[in-house]
Design a binder for this molecule. Structure first.
Ligand code: DAH
Length: 341
């Protein structure tokens, strides 16, 4: 009988080693310590043993039973610890890990320039006036002193709509007429930014869609000197205080006289390079004194009022500033391009 008890102990402890979860442990407990466990039967059967064997077998049976109970408790505790340890491991937070980077958007390079231009004009007291992109022939051309069939129309290849006389504006200049008609006879200082459209072959140098910033100042004594002084002040703020500028005579139907302003090439400092095509100068805007016919069309009496106007292209200025060689990048939505700004 003592031998059998040793055997039970060995067998039970070996089985306990193999119990890997709560369920197996429960089954083990039923089998070795439960109501119908063999050890219980042995204890019950003590009475039937010869008297001299009873104390030794009884003591040993108790010993085995307590040993199994202790082993069970230890195993149960070990399993619990393992569960806790596993969940701690799985849910562990490594606070030293770097954060996940959030992809950060950027302002489109053309819009960066546009904002800079508008901020400078705002500092100089020019209000932003937004004008429509779908225009009539009258506003886009005729009221700006460009009659039908006038050769100057060749300067702007136009997208026409199916509606007679309705088109996509080819420049921001028609906004001049809108703002004048709204405000006359008040003095005016406005900039008119926005998208323009031209029916052109898309190449590295020309797009069918681009921004312009138009400017218009009207008052009782505005002169060509005001135009030059104001545009030079703008150029200094935009390109640096030391930048040199020059004006060249030009022609636009809506201004008289007309000019174009060049700034000293900021790539080569005026030495001559591929960006300025060896001239040392970059053309950045067209300008002039508002033509009397245009003043009149806007509701200002040309005998009492005068004004200057100008128009520039933010994409073109951005290209010059960053030496971008192909205007098509602006609409290509290629992140490799956009992420550089
Ligand atoms: N509208 C002209 C263009 O698109 C640019 C321009 C030139 C605007 C002279 C002006 C100006 O206001 O005075 O080519």
């Amino acid at each position: 009988m003592l031998g059998r008890l040793d055997q039970i102990e060995r067998e039970a402890l070996a089985a306990l080693e193999k119990a890997r979860d709560q369920e197996a442990l429960q089954a083990w407990k039923v089998k070795y310590l439960g109501r119908s466990a063999e050890i219980g039967a042995i204890m019950e059967g003590l009475r039937e043993l010869p008297k001299e064997q009873r104390p030794a077998v009884g003591r040993r049976a108790n010993e085995v039973k307590r040993a199994l109970e202790a082993a069970y408790e230890a195993r149960l505790e070990a399993l619990r610890q393992a569960v806790v340890a596993r969940s701690l491991e799985q849910e562990r937070l490594d606070v030293t890990l770097p954060g996940r980077p959030l992809p950060r958007g950027r302002v489109h390079p053309a819009n960066q320039t546009l904002r800079q231009i508008l901020a400078i004009w705002a500092e100089m007291g020019f209000q932003v006036y937004r004008s429509r992109e779908v225009e009539t022939d009258a506003y886009n051309f005729e009221l700006l002193n460009i009659p039908a069939h006038h050769p100057a129309r060749d300067m702007w290849d136009t997208f026409y709509t199916t509606r007679e006389g309705v088109l996509l504006r080819t420049h921001t200049s028609p906004g001049q007429i809108h703002v004048m008609r709204e405000r006359a006879p008040e003095p005016l200082r406005v900039v008119l930014p926005g998208m323009c459209y031209r029916y052109e072959q898309i190449t590295a140098r020309s797009e069918i869609q681009f921004n312009q910033v138009e400017g218009l100042a009207i008052g009782s004594r505005i002169t060509f000197a005001d135009l030059k002084g104001t545009l030079i002040a703008f150029a200094k703020r935009m390109f640096g205080q030391q930048v040199r500028t020059r004006f060249r005579a030009s022609h636009f139907p809506f201004t008289e006289p007309s000019a174009e302003m060049d700034v000293e090439c900021f790539v080569c400092g005026g030495e001559g390079c591929s960006v300025c095509k060896r001239t040392g100068w970059l053309e950045i805007l067209g300008c002039g004194m508002v033509h009397p016919v245009v003043l009149q069309n806007g509701g200002y009496d040309p005998a009492r009022f005068s004004g200057f106007a100008f128009g520039m292209g933010p994409e073109r200025i951005t290209m010059l500033k960053h030496r971008i060689e192909d205007i098509r990048y602006f609409w290509a939505n290629d992140l490799r391009f956009l992420e550089q700004f």
